[in-house]
Design a protein around this ligand. Sequence first.
Ligand code: NAP
Length: 308
Amino acid sequence: MLPFSRVAIIGMGLIGSSLARAIRAAMPTVHLVVSDASSAVRERVAELGLADDVADGAGAAVVDADLVILCVPVGAMADVAAEIAPELAPDTVVSDVGSVKENVLIVLSAALPGVHVIPAHPVAGTEKSGPDAGFASLFTGRWCIITPPPRADATMVERLSEFWRRLGSKVDVMDAAHHDRVLAVTSHLPHLIAYSIVGTASDLEEVTKSEVIKYSAGGFRDFTRIAASDPVMWRDVFLGNRTAVLELLGRFTEDLVALQRAIRWGDGDALESLFTRTRAIRRSIIDQGQDTDQADFGRAEQHQITPD
Ligand code: NAP
């Protein structure tokens, strides 16, 4: 039996449209109704035939759904929750895919009292946005982290876990605050560093003209891919996970100063020892199947996986 038979998706960008495609592929009998704030996106989704129905508003989309998944930027969750609240059927599960979890849990629980709010985060994505960027296999073999509130209904948590497993994901359940600390390390700080480095290089470009682009080798080029990620989404991630990101940024800054000192004093041993440790981390990511072992990050492959 299917874990859910009537699913509504609000926000049909990269993640929402990938979800719709993945549901179609894995659970074709699910009745799928979707919506998006943008009329251009709604029209495109209808053209692509990604759902049974494309509703004009979020409220209309969730009527009769047994699972609602919010795929909008983290900063838009409160508005969407307020819009759908009066239309939800009893026992509907409301979940999301936001990259920040504690803030989303607080916002959704406040806006939807008495509703089964069970946030989730599929740790899969690309630097692209919009409904044309989505693809059905985005979640295959990737982790989906489910962050239920302490008194969540265990049956509903299991149904949501089963739903993500059917889409090909591996599922982990953890506390929302813990998720935010882990993702600050694995995703949020790396994005912040990429935004910062590419910003610095673009300032330097004033001096060096097109040389930054012309000679962009592996390192810089990889940072530019991450720094091309959606500006609205990432603005909301940093504002939504402020505490964990700031704490980590403090530690990172200290470590950067230590590296600066090692370079200044010619401490090659310190540099080599750090670079040896970091190479081992790369090895374990490959061993756990979270990236390919191909040189140049498997650039020949069609879809790049970002750390988010
Ligand atoms: P996206 O491609 O920009 O899509 C977001 C869509 O939501 C857009 O079509 C947007 O419309 C729409 N939207 C915004 N506010 C809305 C509202 N109030 N009501 C209805 N629709 C609204 O972004 P995405 O990459 O799919 O990200 C969506 C969520 O997934 C975010 O919470 C993000 O943190 C999470 N996530 C992203 C990744 C990733 O790698 N991209 C990975 C995992 C999780 P407009 O364009 O008109 O604003």
